[in-house]
Design a protein around this ligand. Sequence first.
Ligand SMILES: Cc1cc2nc3c(=O)[nH]c(=O)nc-3n(C[C@H](O)[C@H](O)[C@H](O)COP(=O)(O)O)c2cc1C
Length: 280
Amino acid sequence: MKALFCIFSGTGNTLRIAIRLSDELKLHGAETEIYNIRSDTEPPAMDGYDTIVFGYPVHAFNTPAVMLEFLKKLPHVSGKKAYIFHTSGKALKFNDAAGILPKRILRKHGFDVLGEFAYVMPYNIIFKHSDQMAARMWKCAIKRIGNDAKTIANGERNKVKVNVFKRAVSTVLRIEQPAMPMLGKHFKADNEKCAGCGTCVSLCPVSNITLSDDLPKFGKVCVGCMACSFNCPNDAIKISVLNGWRVNGSYFFGAEPATDEQVCSYCKKSYLKYFHESEK
Ligand SMILES: Cc1cc2nc3c(=O)[nH]c(=O)nc-3n(C[C@H](O)[C@H](O)[C@H](O)COP(=O)(O)O)c2cc1C
């Protein structure tokens, strides 16, 4: 089996899952490759692969625009096997609605979408999870990846159903996609904190940031992935009206995993449900 991963990841969670899933597939004898999606790159050739795995983070219960644009550029294939997976900060089934558009586009292009998988990973916006929470999420992801890799290696189906209410909410929240470029052009570096290192420029997946007089300037095509503000070594990037939700700095996944008592109080019930299901 030869599998190609096509991944969009703003702050590394989705890529982290893809690397682990790819390594796990190799244990099943698969050859794998990972392709990182940016707005300015063309889809890679897919002829030599029998399975394509698409991965992305959930943005406002939807799939990020960069991913959708990438999917629309794919060639027509005849029944090639595909799986999709998403990462999200909440452990809510609502996030499954993010799969609606990718599945529709992939089917239009002739892919046989066999299944989809969901992984909860720490937030890159809204609030910073503790490293203990991040470690518990990662421990659960590893468990799930073990099962999911088997499903992919065996070419099994794994359908996810999304009810009408979740579909409706997700459709309304697609407003995030035109809104993000408008918000993003008001992102700003704090003159005092910014060292002009250009980390944000090199990480932006849509080339929306340039340096001018050693300060980042934000253009009009931001997709809100948070790669810039999350990874800024000086926590210098203010994210406009979302600034109160800014999360800066990477997580340490090797911490002691949170116990049930240490699970954060926000949405505690749904995190516990996800953790317990994953750890079964
Ligand atoms: C603009 C934006 C919107 C988000 N919306 C959601 C959401 O609707 N539901 C959710 O659970 N997480 C949401 N998240 C959190 C991310 O999905 C989560 O942290 C993800 O693992 C990030 O993946 P990445 O590191 O590969 O970019 C959102 C993040 C961003 C930046």
